[in-house]
Design a binder for this molecule. Structure first.
Ligand code: MSP
Length: 471
């Protein structure tokens, strides 16, 4: 059966402007999409915004703005942000849209045999919008470490999804690799969590949560944000009103490590209740830290990605967040590190190499016939890319870029040219072809830069303006 690979990103809450942490989902998914495109495969690529919930409602209220206007304006900021990152999803979903609400209602009806209602009493964090376990309560001394606020005791009627109906099936799927959890180190955590996971509550009384999708057939209840949000991956494709078998199961779902548990436990339960296959891969990325500290709207130490984009432009942004921010581990952002990577790696290693070769090629009448090169990406590179080890794939290409810099110095084509112009041309052609090969491997990461490099080395060489000027 021919299938279009479907990739998804987490949909951010719209209770503020985008921050650099949000960029990771988009960039990782975008690299995957562009890498596939280089292989002649086009993907379906979802993105969007998560617009319901008390936090968003209260924020709009505190600003004196109708909540619908507030979420629309913020969703627009995310849409623009995605565009500025050079990311081009095929679909953008807003969970406050009518299509989404109608389809989620139908999804709820379809899984009703796995839903029951009960009274719940427990400790709740309004920042996290979730009840926490007694164990977590004890471990944290009753204070949410993320929000620095005490937990509240709440009791209310909730609808529950019977995770217990699916535990064994999910466990087998994870262990057998039917649904791969990446990285491996978090797979174990998920399996442990699954073991002890209770049934999860998927609604709230309307009086406590008014901004959300109504539970079908019960006016007093509103769907809790997680079921509403997770369903986006299906509703955006038109499910259950449209046949989605060309796209589902998803090829890769990119999420942050903080929301892996929802994607690895609640989400598969919903899918199994619907009789749908599980996603092939759930990739959980690490966090971008600010000076070693978690970045969060509540703490107020978020870095504005637009500042970086404005100061440096798109490809340096992509470069830093795809090479120096590891796909899986937490990584730090500081302006010092960013400046150093820009100056030493982009401007020096790559920018100067392009400039130097262009000048030498032009001077020695080198003419590049790109159409004769038949290029296959090296196995070392593809195996890193296929395993989402993007910063390691970058390292692999960068070793060659540094080697090229060294080879120019060692081979001194400008000295050879004095005695033997043909030999100099041959050396320069070889070096240039190797640079062009590097640029082909970097296309998924630095699309504009690679296009510029490929534009420089044609039959007639064009000497470009510095690719990465000093700021
Ligand atoms: N709305 C939910 C996701 C629902 S998906 C069905 C949510 N929103 S969020 O705005 O809090 O986070 C959106 C994404 O950004 C998540 O993947 C989250 O992990 C990621 N990040 C938020 N802060 C981050 C960092 N500082 N670093 C890296 N990613 C982080 O969760």
């Amino acid at each position: 059966m021919s299938k279009t690979p479907y990739i998804t990103t987490a949909i951010p809450y719209v209770n503020g402007a985008p921050h650099v942490g949000h960029a990771l989902d988009y960039l990782l998914a975008d690299v995957y999409a562009r890498y596939k495109k280089e292989q002649g495969i086009t993907v379906r690529f979802q993105s969007g915004t998560d617009e319901h919930g008390n936090k968003i409602w209260s924020k709009a209220k505190s600003l004196g703005i109708p909540v619908e206007d507030y979420v629309r304006d913020n969703a627009e900021k995310f849409r623009e942000f995605i565009k500025k990152l050079g990311v081009e999803p095929t679909d953008f979903i807003r969970t406050s849209s009518e299509d989404h609400a109608r389809r989620v209602g139908k999804i709820w009806k379809k899984i009703e045999s796995h839903i029951y209602s009960a009274e719940y009493e427990g400790w709740y964090c309004s920042g996290c919008e979730r009840f926490i376990t007694d164990k977590e309560y004890e471990e944290t001394g009753g204070i949410c470490p993320d929000h620095q606020a005490p937990y509240e005791r709440l009791s209310e009627k909730n609808y529950y999804l019977k995770i217990s109906d699916f535990k064994e099936r999910i466990k087998t799927a994870i262990e057998s690799g039917e649904m791969t959890i990446l990285p491996e180190s978090r797979k174990k955590q998920v399996l442990n969590l699954l073991e002890t996971s209770p049934d999860v509550s998927i609604s709230r009384p309307k009086k406590n949560l008014s901004w959300g999708i109504p539970v079908p057939g019960d006016d007093s209840q509103v769907m809790y944000v997680w079921i509403d949000a997770l369903a986006n991956y299906l509703t955006v494709l038109g499910y259950p009103e449209t046949d989605i078998s060309d796209f589902w199961p998803a090829e890769v779902q990119f999420v942050g490590k903080d929301i892996l548990r929802f994607h690895a436990i609640i989400w598969p339960s919903i899918l199994l209740a619907l009789g749908l296959p599980l996603p092939k891969v759930i990739l959980s990325h690490g966090f971008v830290l600010a000076n070693g500290q978690k970045m969060s709207k509540s703490i107020g130490n978020v870095i504005d990605p637009l500042d970086i984009l404005e100061k440096y432009g798109l490809d340096p942004f992509r470069y830093y967040f795809l090479r120096h921010v590891d796909t899986f581990a937490d990584s730090d952002f500081t302006w010092e590190k960013f400046d150093a990577a820009y100056a030493n790696e982009l401007a020096n290693d790559l920018g100067n190499l392009v400039q130097r070769l262009a000048v030498l090629d032009k001077k020695n009448n080198v003419s590049i016939k790109t159409e004769v090169s038949c290029f296959t990406a090296p196995k070392n590179y593809t195996s890193l890319m296929d395993n989402f080890k993007y910063s390691a794939a970058f390292d692999y290409v960068w070793d060659e870029i540094q080697q090229l810099n060294k080879d120019i110095n060692d081979q001194q084509p400008w000295v050879v040219a004095k005695e033997n112009p043909e030999k100099a041309q041959e050396i320069l052609t070889g070096l240039t072809m190797r640079l062009l090969d590097c640029s082909k491997l970097l296309v998924p990461f630095l699309p504009d830069t690679c296009k510029a490099i490929q534009g420089v080395f044609q039959e007639t060489i064009t000497i470009p303006a510095p690719l990465f000027p000093k700021n």
